[in-house]
Every structure is written in C-alpha cells, then in structure tokens.
Design a binder for this molecule. Sequence first.
Ligand SMILES: *Cc1c(COP(=O)(O)O)cnc(C)c1O
Length: 515
Amino acid sequence: MTTPASSSNVTGAAGEQVAAPAAGSISARAPAIRLPAVHLILSDAGCQPLIEQYGRTQTTDTARALLAELRAMLLAARQDHAIDSGDRSGSVQGAVAATDAATDIPALLAMLAERLQNANRANLRAVFNLTGTVLHTNLGRALLPDSAVQAVAEALRWPMNLEWDIDTGKRGDRDNLVEELLLELTGAEAATIVNNNAAAVLLMLNTLALGREVIVSRGELVEIGGAFRIPDVMTRAGAVLREVGSTNRTHLKDYAEAAGPQTALMMKVHCSNYEITGFTKSVELPELAPLAKQHNIATAVDLGSGTLVDLEQYGLPHETTVRETIAAGADLVTFSGDKLLGGPQCGIIVGRADLIAQIKKNPLKRALRVGKLTLAALEPVLALYRAPDLLPERLTTLKLLTRPAAAMRAQAELILAPLQAALGGAYAVTAEAMNSQIGSGALPVDQLPSFGLAIRPTGKASNALGKLEQRLRALPLPVIGRVAQDALWLDLRCLNGEQQEKFVGQLALLEQAGA
Ligand SMILES: *Cc1c(COP(=O)(O)O)cnc(C)c1O
C-alpha cells in the first residue's frame, strides 16, 4: 500500500525536475529532461475521467508510482549515457528517446489510464472454452441456464427466506428449499446439501464411520484431480479404510469376509476418470446392498457426476442415475451439483431419513453448508428436470452435450476465413471433425463427435504453437484450446451464438498482436 503522505516529499511543489543524485557521474552532454508535477497531471482535463472512474486517491497514487518509475528509468538511461560517454549506442539512445517521449502530459495520461485499467481488471474473467471438454473443472464446470442466473441475481439483491418458513413465520432449514424436488427426482427419503461432493463424502464418512471401518474395493480407491483421494478423505474424516479385493478383481466374498462389528459402511465409489478393462470383476450394488443389509451395515455410493435422468434418451452414453442407485439399495448417495446435473457447485447427499438426520446434526455440516446463491441457482436447475423432454433445450450442459455436429460444422466454416485472415500466412486453419469429452469425471472413456478448427504452423519457426496459444490467451476474452498432434484444436461445441460474435469481434486484436 502506498501512503500518499509519505511520498509527498518526492513530488514536491517544485515539480518533478530530475535531480541527479551524484552530479559528477552524469555527463554534461546528457539531455535535461523534466517530468511534470503530479498536481499538473491530476488537474489536466484529460485526467478527470480517470479520477471519476477510479477515485482521486488511487489515481494520485498510481500517477506517483508511474512518475517514480519513469524517474528511475531516466536516471539509469542518463548514467548509461555518461558511462558510454560519446559512444551513444543505439540502445542507450533508444532508452533516452523513449523516456523523452513519455514526459508530455498526454503520453503520461495514456500510461496512467492503462495502468489503472490493468490494476482494476478482475482476476476472475470470462474465457472461451474451446478445449472440447464441456465440464472443465479448471474453467468452472457447468454453465447455468438463464432461470438460474436470474434467481442468483435476485438473491444477491434481496433478503431471502433462506432459513425462514414463510407459512409459519418460524425459523426454517435451508435444505428444505430443494429437498422435496430432490426426493421427487431421486426416489430418496431425505436430502442435504453441502459445498461440493468432496465435502459430502467427508461429512458422510465423519458422521457414520468415525473411528470405524469402511469397506472399499481396491479397484475403487479413486483420485479426482490430485487433491481428492478416497484414502486421504477417509483418514481426514476419522474413518478407517478397509481395502478389499485387488485392483482388477473384487468378489462378493471379499466384502463378506471383511464385514464385522467394526464395520460402519460398505462403500462404492464411481470410477469417474478411469476404466479398468480386461480380466476384471467388480461387485455391483444390487449384489452388495443385500449383503450389507444382512450384516446390518449401511451402503454408501459416491456417484460423482450425479445424473438425474437417463441420458440415453438424448443419444448420449448411459450413466448410472441417482434414482437407479437408490433403487438398487444404496442407503446414501453423494454427488456433485456442477457436473452432469448442470447446476452450481455443491455436494448433494440423498438417502435414508435416519442417516441424513444424523449427518445434519454433525457440527461439520455447519462448516460445509452452502450459501443462498448456491440454493438460488440449484432450485431452478432441479425444477427443469420435471420436464425431461424439454431438458436438452433448457439445461445448458445438456444443450452443449447434444449439440448437432452439423451446427458446429457450419460455425467452423463461418469462422475459418476471418480467423485465417487474422493469423496470416504463418498458420493454416482448417475446419475438421474432432472429439469432445464430457469431462469432470463423467463418462471418461466416451467421446462425443464434434467439429471445430485446427491451426497448424506453416513454417519451421520454433514454438509456433506455444506462441499462438499465448496470443490467444492475451486477448480481452482469452481463447483456450487444446494442443495435440502439432496443431492447436479449437472445438466449437461450447461456443454459442453470442460468444461466436465476440470471438470474431476480437480477431482484429489478434492480428495486431501478431504484427
Ligand atoms: C468429482 C468427484 C468427486 C469430487 O466432487 P467435487 O464436487 O469436485 O468436490 C468425488 N467423487 C467422485 C467419484 C467424483 O467423480
């Protein structure tokens, strides 16, 4: 933080004339350069819009910092000049000339405006997701439908009945806002919502298996994106992992032999981001749940992506739904709100009423609960599932996953020429078929036929693709593609009509950046 008072000695009323700290070291032939005083910059008519937008304090501090940097640069250039004495090499001359040019007020104001703009640009920004991964964890996963966007905006502006029962005027429970819908969509008895699915798994294990064993197949000790690993979450939850079977084969008798009075849960984890193929055997829920019941042990399933409808009806590969999992005998199911469900980031636990009641009493629930924005977004998304026939039109995630290849192809052909023109002769752009992924641990092996643009360098320039990626990232709306097989692939599945206009609109800047 700059303290305006402490820098007042630097700006002094006498102006910003550069005083050489050690006059003897400066050549007499060095050009005399003056910087205008801060107050002259601030009182210039051209500075008023900046003061209005960014405030007087910030504008003043930024102007001071800018002048201080220019002064340092100037002194360095003069000293270099002195050392070179007579031999004015191009670089020194260049530095001095550049500083000279920077010292008039319009030039300083332009620099000041740029600095203020950069400093005030949000860190969280919109980008183009042309990676081909629809639910991209690093790009924020599901995009939400307008009904959810509007509900969130209203929740931001208005007090809401988050924990207040309008009918009775008494204190309510935030989970109740979406519980009924969740029960209707999953067939479960009760539901509760937390911050994400990792939190859901943690809370479930900590509540039901603290100091006791949880039986999991060795083939299901999943790691999701590095930070979430079933064995680690188990430890942090205070539960004891009891691994059974082998990586590729686990039998019912493995579970049966491990079950005992020390067992709190039998747990199945969805292999969200890998597939075990070949000589394999796993125990499916319809087999496992009755065994657990015999031993009076609850069965939990970490389902990951949380599909609420049969995706096959939309031409997508089958993914086990929450309803199927409950029907197959799971006592508890945990899943994410922002994967295939297509809602906001949250973790949902559904299942037996007595177990959910225990989970809700755990003090950790208070630490992991969701805020009003999440619930505001989740309710309208869940409501869309009441009309499954309209879902591909209304639920953004499903709309993107079911986009016809022909639409993407037409889009690719439209964008090809302007993109090629912006990139010039150093790159060749072609419209090509490619494959998209659902992403975020949903259907990891299945790929969706898609269409987009492939960009290949035409020459032998080193790191041409890296430079291209960098240029695309430097745009006001950064473009994120995928590099593979000596090409940059821009999958157009996630580029909607509005975004397409913006994409083409900023291509002129790409051209300038390349020049
Ligand atoms: C994605 C996933 C998680 C983590 O869910 P988040 O919502 O990212 O916390 C946990 N388990 C499985 C099986 C998953 O697929």
